[in-house]
Design a protein around this ligand. Structure first.
Ligand SMILES: Nc1ncnc2c1ncn2[C@@H]1O[C@H](COP(=O)(O)OP(=O)(O)OP(=O)(O)O)[C@@H](O)[C@H]1O
Ligand SMILES: [Mg+2]
Length: 810
C-alpha cells in the first residue's frame, strides 16, 4: 500500500471564540456540523494549511468558494460562514496531495483575516444557534418536519428513515437537521444558505421547504418513469408479437414473402406514387402480409401491385423537336399528302406554342386502307419525340377491353389503354387508336362509351380502369385515331375528334410513292440495289394498273416484294448474272395474267339501257354499270344487285321524274302501267348503297324506254330529286380517277361540287377527261344520250355553256 497514514483521531474540541485557524477552501461543497467526509487536498496552499493544522490542534475552517473555477482563491473569494472541523485522518497520496477525513464540529464565521503568505488563515468565531420560538412551536414544527421526512423517505429509499427521533431536545433537533441535510442532494448555494441560518425554527422551516420541493420532484419523476415504463412495455409487447408473427410465418414458409414485401415497399417509395395509389399499395401489402404466400389470393394481389408499380406515374419524354424538324420527319417518310401534313404541322405548332392547347382535340385520320394513316401517326410520334404505341380497335366488342376487368375475375388485366401506358412507360406518349370505326358492341357493353372518357380532355385526367381501381392521368397523352369510314364511328366519339381526311392516291401519286419509298425500302430489305434490279417507271405503272386495285399502296408494296423475291431467286439460280431488268413479259411470267386489267369500254356495243355511274368504295373509286330492261307487264319495278334502301329510293325518285317528263320524252302517259321495269347493277355479291347513282339510274331507264343509246364514253355521278334537280355527292377524287382509268372521256358532275373540284385540280391531274357540271337531270340526259332525248322543247331547259375542262385548263 502506497498510502501512508499520518494521523488519525476522533477527538472534537470545545466552542472557540476569535481563534486563528488555517482555511481549507472547497470547490462545490459545503460541510455541515456532525458530518464526516473525505476530502482530496491537491492545492499547495491547502496542503500547507492542513500541515499547519496538524502541527497545532488539527482544527481547520472549512468553507466553500463563491466561484468554483478559481484555482487560487483569496479570502474575499470565500463564503464567510463555514464549519470549524477537525482532521480525523490524513493519508498521503502516491502522486502528491493528501486525502483527509474531516468531521464538522460547529458553524463558524470568519471575523478578520490573518496575513499568512503560505496558506489562507483567519480568525474565526463559533456560532451558537438561536432559539426564540416556544417549545410548543418547536414541537409543532418538528412533528411537521417528521411527517414530511417520512413521506420523503418513502419516495427516496436511499436515505435512512430513522434520522429524526420522535421527541428531541433543541440541541438534538439542531443535530438531526444537519444530518438530514447531509443526506439530501441540493445545490451548494442552498446548503450554504442553510449553514448561515441562525434561528432554529427558521432552519426547520427551510428544511421543510426543501423536503416539500424534493417530494414534488420525486413524485413527478415517478410519474414520468411510470409513463415511460408503459410506453416501453407497449413497444416490447409489439416487438414480441411481431417476432411471434415472424416465427409463425417462418414455420409456414412465408419468410421470403416478407423480404419481397419489403422490397415492394422500397420500390413504391422510390416511385413517388400519387397518394391515392400509395395508400392502395400499402393496404394491399398489409393484406398480403397476413396470408400464405402460396395462396391464390396472394398471387392476385401480387399481380395487382406489380401492375401499379409498372405503370408510368411521372416519367415524361421531353419533346424538344422544332416544327421545321417535325416537317422534315413527316416528309422523310411520306410522299404527297400535302393537306394532311399541313394540318398536322398546324396541330404540332399549336401544341408547342401554348400549354393551354395541350388540351387540343384528338386527331382522327380518315381514309381508305393503305393510304398511310397508321404510318403517318407513327411519324407524328417521331416528330414529337415521344414514345408510340398502337392499339388496334378493330373487332373490339367488350367495354372491358378498354377499361379492364375487375380484379375478382381470374387472370384479370387492365384495359388496352393502360397496357399501352405500361409498355411505353412514359406519361406522355402518342397512342394510336387504330381502326376506331371497326369497333362494335355486344351484351358486355359498348367500348366506344369507354373511349368517350379516354378522348375527352376534361375527363381523362382521372381515367378509371376497373382493374386498377385508382384513377390514372391520361391528360398528357396525345391520342390519334384512324378510321376507314366515318359511318362506323359513333357520333359522340366523332364529335370529340378533329378529322383529317386522306383520300386515295392517283396513279401518278402511287408511282411517286413507289419510286421514292416503296422500291428503295424493299430493295434495301432484300439486299438488292437499283443497279442490280432495274424496275422502270413503265413496269411500275403496269403493276399499278393491272395488278393492283386499291386506294392506297399496300397491294402494290406486296407485289413489289413478290417480284423482288423472284429476282433474288434468279440471282441464286444464275450466280454469274450481274443484273436483272424487269420486262412486262417477266412480270407476266412471275405474277400471272393481269388481275385488274380494265376492260376497254365496248364502244361499239349498242348501249341502250346501259349507263356508267361512278361509285366510291373503300378501295377507291369504281365504274358502275347500270342496266335497265323493260318488258310488257303491269307496271312492276324490280331492283336487283344487292341495292341498299337509299339506292332503291333513288330509283323510284328517278321513275317519278321520268313520269313528270313523259310528254317531252315522247313517252305515253300510262307507260308505267303497261310495262315492267327491271333495273340491275352487276357484281351482285357486293352490296351497294348511297344516293349518288340517282342520275345514272335515271339515264339508264330513259335510254331503255326511249331506245336512245347512252354515250359509252360518258360516266356520271349525282343525286336526283323528284323534280330532276341534281344534288352534290362525295368521294369525287376517287370517282374521277376511276373514270380516267376506265378510259372515260366525259364525266357529268353536280354543279354544286364544282368549287370542291376546282380546289383539287392539281391532285386529280386527269389528262383526257372533260368535266361537265350540271344542275338538272334534263342536262344530264342531253349530255349522256347519243340523240337529243327531248322530242318537244323544254320550257325549263337550261344549257350550260361554260362546262369546265379541267385537264385542258391544267
Ligand atoms: N404517302 C406515302 N408515302 C410513303 N409511303 C406510304 C404513303 N402512304 C402509304 N405508304 C405506305 O403504305 C403502307 C401502308 O400504310 P398504312 O399501314 O399506314 O395504311 P393505313 O392507312 O393505316 O391503312 P389501313 O386503313 O388499312 O390500316 C405503309 O408501308 C406506308 O409506309
Ligand atoms: Mg392502318
Amino acid at each position: 500500500m502506497n498510502e501512508e497514514t499520518i494521523f488519525q483521531s476522533s477527538l472534537s474540541s470545545p466552542s472557540l471564540q476569535n481563534h486563528q485557524l488555517p482555511i481549507l477552501p472547497l470547490k462545490n461543497m459545503a460541510i455541515l456540523p456532525k458530518s464526516i467526509i473525505p476530502i482530496v487536498v491537491g492545492r499547495k496552499t491547502s496542503i500547507k494549511a492542513v500541515e499547519a493544522a496538524l502541527q497545532g490542534d488539527r482544527m481547520v475552517f472549512i468553507t466553500a468558494q463563491r466561484d468554483t473555477n478559481l484555482d487560487k482563491p483569496g479570502l474575499e473569494d470565500l463564503y464567510d460562514y463555514g464549519t470549524r472541523s477537525t482532521i480525523l485522518q490524513v493519508v498521503r497520496m502516491p502522486k502528491g496531495g493528501l486525502k483527509i477525513l474531516v468531521e464538522g464540529i460547529c458553524r463558524s464565521r470568519i471575523i478578520t483575516s490573518d496575513t499568512n503568505q503560505e496558506y489562507l488563515s483567519a480568525y474565526c468565531t463559533d456560532i451558537t444557534t438561536l432559539i426564540t420560538s416556544s417549545s410548543i412551536e418547536l414541537e409543532a414544527l418538528w412533528r411537521h418536519t417528521r411527517t414530511k421526512y417520512t413521506q420523503y423517505c418513502q419516495l427516496n429509499n436511499k436515505i435512512p428513515a430513522d434520522l429524526l427521533p420522535e421527541t428531541a431536545s433543541s440541541l438534538e433537533i439542531e443535530h438531526a437537521l444537519d444530518t438530514v441535510l447531509v443526506h439530501i442532494t441540493i445545490p451548494l448555494e442552498e446548503r450554504q444558505k442553510f449553514l448561515e441560518i441562525m434561528e432554529l425554527s427558521d432552519r426547520i422551516l427551510y428544511i421543510c421547504k426543501i423536503l416539500d420541493r424534493e417530494i414534488t420532484i420525486f413524485e413527478t419523476e415517478e410519474r414520468i418513469k411510470a409513463s415511460i415504463q408503459s410506453q416501453v412495455e407497449k413497444n416490447q409487447r409489439e416487438y414480441y408479437l411481431n417476432e411471434q408473427i415472424k416465427a409463425i410465418n417462418k414455420e409456414l414458409g412465408r419468410d421470403d414473402q416478407q423480404v419481397e414485401i419489403q422490397h415492394i415497399r422500397t420500390k413504391a417509395k422510390k416511385l413517388r406514387l400519387p397518394q391515392e395509389c400509395a395508400e392502395k399499395v400499402e393496404r394491399e401489402l398489409k393484406r398480403l402480409e397476413n396470408m400464405p404466400s402460396s395462396s391464390a389470393e396472394a398471387s392476385v394481389i401480387r399481380h395487382y401491385i406489380e401492375w401499379l408499380l409498372a405503370l408510368p406515374w411521372h416519367k415524361i419524354s421531353r419533346d424538344n423537336i422544332s416544327i421545321a424538324d417535325a416537317e422534315k420527319i413527316l416528309n422523310k417518310q411520306h410522299a404527297g399528302l400535302k393537306k394532311p401534313k399541313e394540318r398536322i404541322i398546324e396541330f404540332l405548332a399549336a401544341r408547342k406554342f401554348s400549354n393551354a392547347l395541350k388540351k387540343s382535340p384528338i386527331i382522327c385520320l380518315v381514309g381508305p386502307p393503305g393510304v398511310g394513316k397508321t404510318s403517318l401517326a407513327s411519324a407524328i410520334a417521331e416528330s414529337l419525340g415521344r414514345e408510340f404505341r398502337r392499339i388496334p380497335l378493330g373487332g373490339l366488342r367488350d367495354e372491358a377491353e378498354i377499361r379492364g376487368h375487375r380484379r375478382t375475375y381470374i387472370s384479370a388485366l387492365p384495359g388496352k389503354i393502360l397496357q399501352a401506358m405500361r409498355h411505353v412507360s412514359t406519361v406522355n406518349p402518342v397512342i394510336l387508336l387504330d381502326e376506331i370505326d371497326k369497333m362494335s358492341m355486344d351484351a358486355h357493353g359498348d367500348p366506344s362509351a369507354a373511349l368517350l372518357e379516354v378522348l375527352d380532355p376534361e375527363q381523362n385526367k382521372a381515367f378509371f380502369d376497373h382493374f386498377l381501381e385508382v384513377s390514372y392521368d391520361l391528360s398528357q397523352v396525345v391520342f390519334i385515331a384512324t378510321a376507314n369510314q366515318l359511318d362506323g364511328i359513333p357520333y359522340p366519339l366523332h364529335d370529340r375528334m378533329e378529322l383529317i381526311f386522306l383520300s386515295g392516291y392517283s396513279e401518278q401519286e402511287k408511282l411517286d410513292i413507289a419510286q421514292k419509298f416503296l422500291l428503295p425500302r424493299n430493295l434495301k430489305e432484300h439486299n438488292l440495289t437499283a443497279r442490280k434490279c432495274k424496275i422502270s417507271e413503265d413496269i411500275l405503272l403496269l403493276l399499278i394498273r393491272e395488278y393492283t386495285r386499291e386506294a392506297g399502296v399496300r397491294q402494290l408494296e406486296r407485289i413489289l416484294t413478290k417480284i423482288l423475291r423472284k429476282v433474288i431467286q434468279l440471282f441464286l439460280d444464275e450466280p454469274s448474272r450481274a443484273s436483272c431488268v424487269l420486262t412486262p413479259k417477266l412480270v407476266r411470267e412471275w405474277l400471272g395474267h393481269s388481275k385488274f386489267k380494265i376492260k376497254p369500254l365496248n364502244v361499239t356495243e349498242e348501249r341502250i339501257g346501259l349507263a356508267s355511274g361512278l361509285a366510291w368504295t373503300e378501295v377507291g373509286g369504281d365504274l358502275l354499270e347500270i342496266e335497265t330492261s323493260i318488258v310488257t307487264g303491269k307496271g312492276n319495278v324490280t331492283l336487283t344487285g344487292q341495292l341498299g334502301d337509299v339506292m332503291q329510293e333513288s330509283a323510284y325518285a328517278a321513275l317519278t321524274y321520268i313520269r313528270s317528263r313523259a310528254p317531252q320524252l315522247g313517252l305515253k302517259p300510262n307507260f308505267n302501267t303497261t310495262k315492267d321495269i327491271h333495273i340491275h347493277i352487276p357484281e351482285g355479291a357486293t352490296p351497294k348503297d348511297g344516293p349518288s347513282a340517282g342520275i345514272t339510274l335515271c339515264t339508264s331507264i330513259v335510254s331503255e324506254m326511249t331506245k336512245n343509246p347512252v354515250n359509252p364514253l360518258v360516266a356520271m355521278t349525282g343525286e336526283i330529286t323528284l323534280r330532276g334537280r341534281v344534288l352534290p355527292v362525295g368521294g369525287l377524287k376517287e370517282k374521277i380517277l376511276a373514270a380516267s382509268q376506265h378510259g372515260i372521256k366525259t364525266v357529268i358532275l353536280p354543279r354544286d361540287n364544282k368549287d370542291e373540284i376546282d380546289e383539287m385540280q392539281a391532285e386529280i391531274n386527269t389528262r383526257d377527261i372533260t368535266l361537265k357540271f350540271v344542275d338538272t337531270m334534263d342536262e344530264v340526259l342531253e349530255q349522256a344520250l347519243l340523240r337529243s332525248p327531248f322530242s318537244k322543247p323544254l320550257k325549263t331547259s337550261k344549257r350550260d355553256d361554260d362546262y369546265a375542262q379541267v385537264s385542258k385548263a391544267s
